[in-house]
Design a binder for this molecule. Structure first.
Ligand SMILES: Nc1ncnc2c1ncn2[C@@H]1O[C@H](COP(=O)(O)OP(=O)(O)OP(=O)(O)O)[C@@H](O)[C@H]1O
Length: 258
């Protein structure tokens, strides 16, 4: 039996005559962490929405393993600041969730001590852990994390990525996450997919980082600063279209846009 949880083949999405995504093929297998990186407007959120089934691709195919359970962690916790809600009560809002399971999920993410804390009083890093706990409550086969370390300081980011890796190991789930942080992601991910409407390059981090095309794409400075800075050796016009059309991505390894 295939261990592929999710498979996208040649997926394309247009909106109002604009190409948002084109020719996107990727897979997430059980136990694998796949990270989507790309600049603002690259289509990362649109791709996540297609994976979640919230958006339908205009062409191409999306295959999910039968009865696939997806745990989704959004970018941010959206709560009414006037709503008196403890962390535990927030988790109990999810359908079918019982108190012991909610407490265990908080324990799993190192946030058991926050159970009775008003939701509005938790820090950015604590919020991300709570959202991760909520995603775990679905006992997911696949965790989909949209910028899981957003608004968290560097030490907190390292801890969160380590936590995600531990959860992957413990549950054997697949992880698809969006990140802007190339440097930290390289240490924890199995596959990096660089997206800019199309897939610019992808592969295992060690393969990608050893390839001259990778350095050309991201630049040494970007790695050293742990800040994502998208650099291509091909160009995009103001609509994100590739001006140099010689690129192609035959096998998922880093490509050289000569
Ligand atoms: N419903 C829509 N109608 C028209 N354009 C859209 C729609 N949804 C997204 N877009 C456009 O598609 C492009 C990709 O958006 P998306 O939010 O997927 O990018 P992103 O990589 O997640 O960006 P960011 O890093 O800024 O969050 C953007 O140019 C956006 O304006």
């Amino acid at each position: 039996m295939s261990d592929s949880l999710l498979s996208l083949s040649n997926v394309a999405l247009q909106r109002h005559g604009n190409t948002i995504l084109e020719d996107i093929s990727l897979q997430v297998r059980r136990g694998e962490i796949v990270t989507l990186i790309g600049p603002n407007g690259a289509g990362k959120t649109s791709l996540v929405r297609i994976v979640l089934g919230l958006l339908k691709a205009d062409s191409g195919a999306v295959h999910r393993q039968p009865r696939l359970r997806i745990g989704y962690m959004p970018q941010k916790l959206q709560v009414d600041a006037t709503l008196p809600l403890s962390v535990l009560r927030f988790l109990l809002l999810a359908p079918g969730v019982k108190r012991p399971a909610a407490l265990q999920a908080l324990e799993e993410v190192g946030a058991a001590h926050l159970a009775q804390r008003p939701l509005q009083q938790v820090s950015g890093g604590e919020q991300q852990r709570i959202l991760l706990a909520r995603a775990l409550l679905r006992q997911p086969d696949l965790l989909v994390l949209d910028e899981p370390v957003q608004g968290v300081d560097v030490n907190g980011q390292i801890e969160l990525y380590q936590l995600i890796t531990r959860l992957r190991d413990r549950y054997g789930c697949g992880v698809l996450m969006v990140s802007h942080d190339l440097h930290l992601v390289m240490a924890t991910t199995n596959t990096v997919v660089c997206l800019n409407r199309h897939i610019c390059c992808s592969g295992r981090p060690e393969q990608v980082s050893a390839d001259p095309a990778f350095v050309a794409l991201f630049g040494k400075q970007a790695s050293a600063l742990a800040i994502y800075n998208h650099q291509h050796d091909h160009s995009h016009d103001m609509h994100g279209e590739v001006i140099d059309t010689s690129h192609h991505h035959p096998d998922g390894s880093a490509c050289n846009h000569a």
